[in-house]
Structure formats: C-alpha cells, structure tokens
Design a protein around this ligand. Structure first.
Ligand code: ADP
Length: 746
C-alpha cells in the first residue's frame, strides 16, 4: 500500500471518527435540543477534522455530518429530507459555516506550521553559530542554551532551561573580582541592547574561569512587548593572549636598541622602529615606503641583491658585518641579520632585518690590536734598550783586563761603564716609576722647596749629556726665589727629563734654554730647544707611555717613551700641568710646566753640601750582607778602598754569626736572604746587648713606603734602594751616629 493511500485512509477514518463523535454528542444532547440546532456539534467536528486532517478530511466530515444529522435530527427523522425552504437555507448555512471553519482552520494550520518552521530554523541557527547564546523569558529564566553556551557554562541545555540566568551565567569583574550585573537582566529592565563591560570573567559550573566579551538584547513580541532576552557571548581569553603577545612583540620591536626593519622582496621598506631611527637618522615617516637602498652605500648595492636572493630561497643571513649609510651621510659599521617573513600560507613575502651598530666594538678591537702591536714593539724596544749598554760595559771590562798599567785606558773604560750603568739605572728607574704611577703607589715627600735649587740640580744632572753633544744650556730664573710645596727630587727628575730630551733630540751644538716666570700664583717653567721638533699630530700623544715620534728600533735617540709620561704625572701630582709646543719637524720644541707657587719669603740658606760633606769620614767596621756574592764582595772592596774594615756574609744565618764575632759599627743588610730574611736578622741583632747601637741599613730593590715602614719596624736605621750610588753610601757613612739616614735615592 502506498504512502498516499494510507494517508487517505487515515484521513477518511479521522473524518468518520470525528463525525461519529460529534453525532454521538448531538444524540446525547438530543433530549434537550430536540429538533433545534441539528448541526451544533458538527461544526466542532469539521473544525477538528480541518485542524488535524486538512481540507479534504474536513470536507468529508462536513458531508458525513450533514447526512448523518439530516437523517437523525431533522424531521421527519430516520430519512434524508431537503424538501422545504427552511431545510435548504439551514443546509446552505451549514455548508457556508463549515466552509468558513475549514478556511480558518486551514489558515491557522499554515500559520502554525510556518511558526514551527521559523522556530526550528531559529533553533538550528542559534545552535550552530560560533558564539554562545542563551535566551530567557521575561523573568530571566533560561529558555534556550546553544551548544557553545553549554560548553562555556558547563550546563547542558536540559539542565539549564527553566533555571534563573544568574545561576548558569555567573560573571565577575576581572580586576576587582566583584560580581558583575547580568547584561540580560539589564536588557530586560531597560529594554535596550546592553554590552558587557570588557574584562568580564565567566565562572563555569566547574569553577573554571574564562574572559568573555558580550552583549544582550531584549526580545519583543509582535506587539512590541518585551517577552524575554537573548544573551550572546564568546571566550576571548585566547584573543586577549594573542593581543597581549602582539602588543609585547610590538613593544620589544619598538624599544629595541637594535634597528629592526622589514621590507618587501623588492626592497621596499615596510616598517622602521625607533632603533632604526636612532641608528640611521631617518624617521619612520621618512623611511617607510622608500627603497632600502637609501641606507646602502653605492659600492655595496650588490650586497642587497645577494641578501634578497637568499631570503627568497628561505635562507637567513646571520651577523653579516658591513657598512651602511646614515641620513647625514656618515658611514656606520653594522652587523646584519636578515630573515624571511612568511604570510599565513607560508609564502615568503618579505624580509626582516636587525642591524646592530658595531662601530664601538670595532674601535675597541682596533684599540686592542693597536695596544697589542704597541706591546710587542715595546718589548722589542725594552730588550734593545737594556741590551744596548751591555756591549760597551763588556768591552770596557775586556779593555781593563788588557790595560795593564795604562791608567788613562783604565779611566776611559771606567767612565764608559759609569755612563752606561747610569743610563741603565735611569731606564729601570723610569720603568719602576711608571709601574708605581699606574698602581697609584708613587708617594711624594713634599716640603718647602726652592725652585732655583731644583732647577740647578736638574741642570747639573744634564750637563754631562749636554757636553757630549756640545749643547749650550742656559737657565734664566727670576732674581727673587720662588718656593714650591714639592718633592724636590721628583721635580728635579721632571726638569732633568725635559733637559735630557732637549739634549737628545737636538743636533750637536744646540741651544737649550730653561726659563722660569711668575704668572699670578703660578710659575711657568719652559724648556726650549732648537732641535728636531715634533710633528703637530704627535703633540697631543707624546705624553702617553711608550709613545715616540720615531718608533723604529733603529731610531738614533734610544729611550723607551716613558720620560714625558712621568713628567706629566709628577707635575699633575704637584697640582700643575705641562704642555708641549713645536712648530713642526726641524723647528725646535718647547715644554712648558705650570706649577703653583707656595710662598715667596726667602728662607735662611743652608750651606750647600752641608748634609753630605760636613762630616769627616772615619774608618768603620762594616758587615756587608747580600746573597749575590759579587754584589757583596764588590761593595766590600769599594768600602775597603775608602778605608773601612769590611766582612761579607751571604745568607741570614751567616750574617748573625759574623755580626756576633765581628761586632760591626755598620751593617749593610740585604732584605731578601736565604735561611733568614733581613728583617729577621735585624730583629735578632737588636735583641742582643751588643746589637743595640749598630747602625743597620737595609739594602733593597724595593723602595716603597710599605717596605720602608716594615724595615723601620724591624729596627733598621735606614733604607737604601739598590743600586746604591757610591756618593750616597759615603754620605751615609759620613753622617754622625744617630742622624737621619733614611733617604731615598731616585
Ligand atoms: P723617549 O725620549 O724615551 O722616547 P719621552 O717620553 O721622553 O720618551 O718622549 C717621547 C717622545 O717625544 C720622544 O720619543 C720624542 O719623539 C719626542 N720628544 C720628547 N722631547 C722632545 C724634544 N725636546 N724634541 C723633539 N722631540 C721630543
């Protein structure tokens, strides 16, 4: 049986059943109705048939009901009659009424089915949209919850429907965590669309929290009355995170110290951060849209082509060091890293480049290399300078061995050795001074000093060198004395160095003039020569250590480039400064030292030489202790020649033994000794009754304040720094017992 047939049968059966029921009802009502209203219950049957079965079922019901009613309730009953006008009019009215009922029922059916369709459509739509949707009635009770809302709230549709919205949709403010007003409730109250304040958190049924973003609006019926609300919301946690990440990345790019630039594969600038603006000088407004060539020097443009080719192949360029141009045209040394930029489909659409300014690093590297070169040069020079005096010394010794009784030859050899030793001592002292200065350990012994005496000391010291080259040295000083608060030995060293330089850097028979002039509270001392001069570009540098105008090993003047550094530092430590002047090579040089003056009143003059030669040298018993046997023996012999009785000792224990039996007046005691060091030897001797009055003088290579303090603590009377000059030793021995013997010999 076909579907259509069975549907027809069902409709017929429906018409029969409904009509039968109406007829039955009319039968039951018949005692009260009698002949009146024969069709009264039939209208209902027709309406029900029309509602449930449609037009044809209703028509069938109409006809069946008419026939049955006519037969059963219209006089004469028991037969079908339509013989009078009333009957005909009644029947016609019946049919017209039925037609109207059928018409209305049909329309109602259509409306209802239309409504159902739209409701179904709405539900399907709401269920399938990506946002969460909750609808409520006017009392904020949930009437619908779509799938997304189910998953975000944790409530199923069936559980949620009928529940108050606040129970299912629990929201709080992100910052304060206070509960937030439900927007649907507000929409119902105000009858207007309500947006959720941003930063609202939805607490799901299981307590999990999500950041949401939403709005609610009232639902109005066809009469405009609010009949409920619809709430639409979505999880924005990920979007927020993405936004935050993006903002973070953007701020990293913006604030980066490096220049970060993006460009198309054709080299058109797309973005330009603050770092790029700082480095290259173009603002973002000026650079974006321009070709990247604006920062590439013309001779390096092919680099860009190569880089872009690599980028197109998906390759990176890492830490490529190159040159770029700033807006003002100056060249920048930079390190470049370029990487491809991909779009969402994975296509390479451009290049990002990070440029770092490496000019400072390059300069530092250059400086290091330069320092390294200078160090090598300096070591070669040092070896050369120290070896230089050795050859004449050795020759002189050979000469002395072979000289026999030729006194003149011996004297010449001795003079040579003397000169060379002085030269070597000067070098070593300079080196030690530089080391003291760089370690901040150069101690000045300042006192009231006459400039005249300092200058004459310096002039005297340079005289032998000047005489060698037949230079004329003149010192022009103001008639009245100038006093300084200074370390006289160190100041003499300053002017000695300047005069020595003038002697060395001037062709023979030169003119060297030292002048001093008072200017306000300062004195300006100038040392001027008519020598080889100094090229202008070297003037600012010659006060640096190891800097020499002629740096070749073959240079004629020797020296290690330390003298002027010492001059500058010593002058600085006296509160002054020094300046070099020269018109250029061959035009002579002038060094001007400025020093503050202390006081000008003349002081009583001490007779010259009183300290060193005012006492007759008497013969003494001297113990010389040094682990270097040659040193000890040669010093002992020297002292013997000067009429003293001497004994050598080569270690600490031997020194104690010899001292006990020899009972010397003076002990010249080295500090660094095997077995017992000099301090210990001195301490032990001082403990002996015979050792209290012996004059014990430390002989050491270390002349720092700390060393002196230690030797004083150990009981030494004096402290001489090796190599000790013969005159210094003689002065020491000539001094009366108990006089100040602690002196420094620069
Ligand atoms: P040194 O003389 O041992 O090389 P200095 O520090 O005394 O070292 O001098 C540094 C350099 O300055 C010298 O090498 C020399 O080139 C230059 N110089 C110093 N004094 C003079 C001078 N009077 N005339 C010309 N050049 C000088």
């Amino acid at each position: 049986m076909g579907l259509k047939t069975s549907k027809t049968i069902r409709r017929v059966l429906l018409a029969i059943t409904v009509t039968a029921a109406a007829i039955l009802l009319r039968v039951l009502l018949d005692p009260w109705l009698g002949d009146r209203l024969p069709y009264v219950t039939l209208f209902a049957a027709v309406a029900i048939s029309a509602w449930l079965g449609g037009y044809w079922t209703a028509a069938l019901s109409t006809v069946l009901a008419f026939l049955a009613s006519n037969f059963l309730f219209i006089e004469p009953r028991g037969m079908f009659s339509l013989h009078d006008a009333d009957g005909i009019v009644g029947s016609a009215a019946y049919f017209v009424s039925c037609a109207i009922i059928i018409g209305f029922a049909g329309a109602a059916r259509r409306i209802q089915s239309g409504l159902k369709q739209s409701r179904d459509l709405l539900e399907v739509t709401l269920s399938s949209i990506g946002d969460a949707v909750i609808t409520t009635d006017v009392h904020s009770r949930i009437t619908f919850l779509n799938r997304v809302a189910e998953s975000l709230t944790g409530w199923s549709h069936d559980e949620a429907v009928g529940k108050p919205l606040d129970q299912v949709f629990r929201i709080i403010k992100e910052k304060t965590r206070e509960s937030a007003e439900n927007p649907a409730t507000k929409a119902l109250r105000e009858g207007a669309v309500v947006g959720l304040p941003s930063s609202t958190i939805l607490i799901a049924r299981d307590g999990s929290e999500r950041l949401i973003d939403d709005s609610a609006s009232p639902i109005r019926d066809e009469f405009g009355f609010v009949s409920g609300s619809v709430l639409i919301f979505r999880d924005v946690s990920e979007r927020r995170l993405a936004n935050q990440t993006q903002a973070l990345l953007a701020s990293i790019v913006t604030t980066s110290d490096d220049a970060i630039v993006s460009k198309t594969l054709e080299g058109k600038i797309l973005s330009w951060n603050d770092g790029a603006e700082r480095l290259f000088g173009y603002s973002a407004g000026e650079a974006v849209g321009q070709s990247i060539m604006i920062i590439i020097p013309p001779d390096r443009r092919n680099e860009e082509t190569t880089i872009l080719e690599k980028v197109r192949k998906g390759e990176r360029v890492d830490h490529y060091e190159t040159i770029r141009l700033a807006k003002d045209g100056h060249q920048l040394e930079i390190s470049l890293t370029v990487s491809p930029i991909y779009d969402e489909e994975g296509q390479i659409v451009g290049a990002s480049k990070i440029a770092r300014d490496i000019s400072d690093r390059k300069r530092a590297e250059e400086a290091l290399l330069d320092a390294d070169r200078r160090k090598d040069q300096y070591l070669a020079m040092l070896a050369h300078e120290l070896r230089n005096p050795l050859a004449p010394v050795r020759n002189s010794i050979e000469l002395m061995k072979r000289a026999g009784a030729d006194a003149a030859l011996i004297e010449r050899a001795r003079d040579t050795i003397d000169r060379q030793m002085t030269q070597m001592e000067r070098l070593i002292e300079d080196l030690l001074d530089v080391s003291r200065i760089t370690h901040d350990r150069l101690v000045l012994r300042k006192e009231r000093v006459s400039l005249h005496s300092v200058v004459s000391q310096a002039v005297e010291a340079s005289r032998p060198l000047a005489e060698c080259s037949e230079h004329e040295i003149r010192a022009i000083l103001p008639p009245q004395e100038i006093y300084l608060y200074a370390d006289s030995a160190r100041l003499a060293q300053v002017f000695g160095n300047l005069l020595n330089n003038s002697c060395r850097y001037t062709e023979s028979k030169g003119k060297i003039v030292l002048t001093a002039e008072r200017v306000g509270s300062d004195v300006l001392i100038s040392v001027k020569d008519n020598g080889i001069g100094i090229p202008g570009e070297m003037l600012p540098r010659i006060f640096e250590a190891f800097v020499q105008v002629d740096q070749s090993l073959e240079r004629a003047h020797g020296g290690m480039g330390l003298g002027l550094m010492l001059v500058k530092e010593i002058v600085r430590m006296h509160g002054g400064d020094v300046e070099a002047k020269s018109e250029g090579l061959g035009k002579g040089s002038e060094f001007v030292v400025r020093l503050p003056i202390l006081i000008e009143e003349p002081q009583e003059k001490t007779p010259a030489g009183a300290r060193s030669s005012g006492f007759p040298v008497r013969s003494r018993r001297i113990l010389v202790v040094d682990d270097n046997e040659d040193s000890a023996k040669s010093l002992a012999v020297l002292l013997q020649i000067s009429n003293h009785e001497t004994r050598p000792a080569y270690d600490g224990e031997e020194a104690l033994r010899v001292a006990q039996e020899f009972r010397p007046d003076v002990i010249l005691l080295d500090i660094g000794l095997p077995k017992l060091n000099g301090y210990e030897v001195c301490r032990r001797i001082r403990q002996e009754p015979w050792g209290k009055n012996i004059r014990i003088v430390a002989l050491t290579g270390w002349g720092q304040a700390d060393d002196r303090r230690e030797s004083t603590d150990a009981g030494f009377d004096g402290h001489l720094v090796k190599p000790v000059r013969h005159e210094s030793l003689m002065a020491l021995l000539a001094a009366p017992d108990g006089s100040e013997t602690q002196r420094r010999f620069p």
